[in-house]
Design a protein around this ligand. Structure first.
Ligand code: AMP
Ligand code: ZN
Length: 129
């Protein structure tokens, strides 16, 4: 059972903020900041890596529309987009979704910390060619 598929089918209640044939956006039940939104494709994919490129592009285009709405209607000063992918990266619901996390200022109860490592950049780039 996939909880987001059940939400999409209407079997589990949610607070919808956008819907069309392909995409549903709902408010995250755990509001990290005011207006924290989840944008998901209606078709189930465990994660975004598995999506056909055109469907992923369409999902992100819709996410941008909703992000602009958050910016204009909630008057946030910025936002973070986040796609947790696989358990190791914190994904808890295995149905692709984009987090839109509006940012307002110092009191935002969200924190991303990037520790810095001295990796060999050329080695990485060569692996990616
Ligand atoms: P992730 O950890 O990236 O998989 O994010 C899953 C998100 O789904 C979490 O932020 C949860 O708070 C949210 N979530 C789980 N169940 C529901 C639900 N029934 N309605 C809305 N959001 C939910
Ligand atoms: Zn699903």
């Amino acid at each position: 059972m996939c909880i987001f598929c059940e939400i999409i089918k209407g079997n589990i209640p949610s607070t919808k903020v956008y819907e069309d044939d392909e995409v549903l956006a709902i408010l995250d039940i755990s509001q990290t900041t005011y207006g924290h939104t989840l944008v998901m494709p209606k078709k189930h994919y465990d994660n975004f890596l598995l999506m056909p490129n055109d469907e992923y592009a369409s999902l992100m285009a819709k996410a941008q529309i909703i992000a602009n709405r958050l910016q204009n209607k909630l008057d946030c000063k910025g936002m973070n987009l986040l796609i947790n992918t696989n358990e190791i990266a914190g994904q808890t619901v295995m149905h692709t979704h984009v987090h839109l996390i509006p940012r307002y200022g110092e009191k935002d109860t969200v924190e991303f910390k990037f520790n810095v490592n001295k990796f060999d950049l050329n080695e990485i780039a060569n692996k990616l060619k």
